[in-house]
Design a protein around this ligand. Structure first.
Ligand code: MG
Length: 238
C-alpha cells in the first residue's frame, strides 16, 4: 500500500450503494410469476427461491435447486430452467432506493476526485440495478467485471480494477476502494496495492474482516467522509 493519498475512488454497487435484498426480492417474485405461467406451482417455487437466495445470493444454480426443493421432478428442469433464468435476469426493477445519504455522499466525492464503480455479476442485471438506483449520473464509469472475461474476472481478480484505473487516468495503487465484502472489495484493492474502506452492511455485514481494510464503518456516508479526508490529505493514513 502506498503512503501517498488516493487520487480516485472506486465504489462497489450491491450492498454498498443500495440493499441488494430489495433487488433479489423483486427478481424472485418475477420467477414465481413466470413459473406459474409455465404450469408449475409458482408460490412454492418463489418460496424455495427466496430460501436459496437467503443461503447465498452469488452461488450458481439457485433456480435449479429451488425447483427441486419445490418438488418439481428433475426431468422437468431442462425445460423450465432456461425461461426461469430469463425471468430472473430480465427483471428490471422500476426503482431501487439507495441507502440513506448515498446520493449526497457520492456528489461530495465526485466534487474532489474521479469516481468509478466496479461491480460483479451478469452485465444486464447490473446495468438494470444501476439504472433503478438513479445513481448513474453520479458514478462516472461503471465497469461490470464479467464483461472482461466472465466469472474469472470477478473481484478479487484485479483485471477490473486495473481497467477502471486506466479509465480514470490514475495508477491502480492510488485508488481508494469502498465496498461491503472483505473477500471481494478489500481483497481486490489489496491485489493492486490500493486502499480500501469496508462498510458493514447487507448480506455480508457479519463476514470477518479478512483481509483487513484500512477502516471499517457502518454506512456509505461514513465511508465517504473518511474518503474525503484521505483525498484531501486531512488525515495521515495508518
Ligand atoms: Mg457488494
Amino acid at each position: 500500500m502506498t503512503g501517498l493519498p488516493p487520487l480516485a475512488v472506486v465504489v462497489d454497487l450491491d450492498d454498498t450503494l443500495y440493499p441488494q435484498a430489495d433487488y433479489l426480492a423483486g427478481a424472485a417474485a418475477a420467477v414465481g410469476v413466470a413459473a406459474t405461467g409455465l404450469g408449475v406451482d409458482g408460490v412454492r417455487v418463489h418460496a424455495a427461491l427466496v430460501r436459496e437466495l437467503a443461503a447465498g445470493s452469488d452461488a450458481g444454480g439457485t433456480i435449479d435447486r429451488a425447483l427441486l426443493a419445490a418438488g418439481v421432478p428433475a426431468g422437468d428442469l431442462p425445460a423450465l430452467v432456461p425461461p426461469l433464468v430469463a425471468a430472473f435476469t430480465g427483471h428490471e426493477p422500476d426503482s431501487l432506493a439507495p441507502y440513506a445519504g448515498v446520493p449526497e455522499a457520492l456528489a461530495a466525492l465526485a466534487a474532489v476526485a474521479p469516481l468509478g464503480c466496479l461491480t460483479d455479476g451478469n452485465p444486464v442485471i447490473q446495468d438494470a440495478k444501476v439504472a433503478a438506483t438513479g445513481l448513474r449520473p453520479l458514478l462516472g464509469p461503471v465497469l461490470v467485471t464479467d464483461t472482461l472475461g466472465g466469472r474469472a474476472a470477478r473481484k478479487p481478480s484485479p483485471v477490473g480494477l486495473v481497467a477502471l484505473a486506466d479509465a480514470l487516468g490514475v495508477p491502480a495503487e492510488r485508488l481508494l476502494v469502498i465496498g461491503d465484502r472483505p473477500g471481494k472489495d478489500v481483497a481486490v484493492a489489496a491485489a493492486v496495492g490500493a486502499r480500501a474502506i469496508r462498510i458493514r452492511q447487507g448480506e455480508y455485514a457479519h463476514a470477518p474482516d479478512e483481509p483487513a481494510a484500512e477502516a471499517v464503518v457502518d454506512s456509505f456516508p461514513a465511508a465517504a467522509a473518511l474518503a474525503l479526508d484521505l483525498l484531501t490529505g486531512a488525515v495521515t493514513p495508518a
